[in-house]
Design a protein around this ligand. Sequence first.
Ligand code: NAP
Length: 329
Amino acid sequence: MAATRNVMRAVRVFEFGGPEVLKLQSDVLIPSPKENQVLIKVHACGVNPVETYIRAGRYARKPALPYTPGSDVAGVVESVGEHVTAFKKGDRVFTDDTISGGYADYAVAAANRVFPLSEKLDFRQGAAVGIPYFTAYRALFQKGRAKAGESVLVHGASGGVGIATCQIARACGLKVLGTAGTAEGMNTVLRNGAHQVFNHRDANYVDKIKEYVGTEGVNIIIEMLSNVNLATDLQLLAPAGRVMVVGCRGPVEINPRDTMSKESSIIGVSLFLATEEERQECAAAVLDGVEAGWLKPIVGSEYPLEKVVQAHEDIIHCSGARGKMVLLP
Ligand code: NAP
């Protein structure tokens, strides 16, 4: 009996490949938190596109096999390591990074990557905070140097990072333009801070954006699909404008001359490279937004852990994001 209480369900990956390599197992040992770690009973786990690239073995960072995917966990503290004083059993928390993997009933995380989850947010919303909002803040401010009064085009605004970017940018006084691929996605973008929205599946939507911004152009573009949009983005920028490369799924051809006429910048963003200090800055901004009430994560599609294969199919192939995708153990 004791042995069965020490095991949990977890998704395991034994070889890199298609979504079918995600195997839900019910006899995985519950991890024990080491001295500076927290064991979280997972109530929801966000699904991030990067988890599909890693699973496929096509990402620069590859975990040792076998592993359990998943970073954005929200849940309740089950136990803490001996040096942890910031959290105790029963606390509601979220994290942007787990050590043991979040697609599971329990996950261990380093205590400095765990944050309190406000009563204002449910667990599904908590699972939509970490990577999306930290990335949005990093792209806008730590790397993009956004200022109140500037304009931002969130190119791909209907997903996890896009909605986070719209909410943060609007709360910080920027003029916010967004794009989505469906009417429902466009409405979600408008309800979450965008002043104007365009459909990136419309043949002439770039002309519509140009018409809207006029000769001034936009100061910052937060780009979710650089391999498709980078060349176009350079046409939409204001003088000294910045394209922030957040998402990219392949190569693209651009004319570097297009950066000269306006002294434009193309800047890569990687949350993974944030220092501890930068990450704490992201967390401070995000926790403040939750308390102030303007930061409200939008949860899109929800999948039980048993449907993890479908979730990985859909996050790449389904058009029509309307918030963050989450897994529910
Ligand atoms: P997501 O929730 O799956 O959203 C994807 C977004 O891309 C949706 O808004 C989708 O819009 C949009 N999109 C689809 N076709 C597009 C097009 N032609 N032009 C512009 N946008 C288009 O994913 P996410 O979590 O928001 O992540 C977005 C990207 O950022 C992913 O590539 C992810 O890997 C990356 N990312 C990078 C970092 C980093 O540190 N650099 C961190 C987190 C995420 P519709 O579905 O409405 O068409």
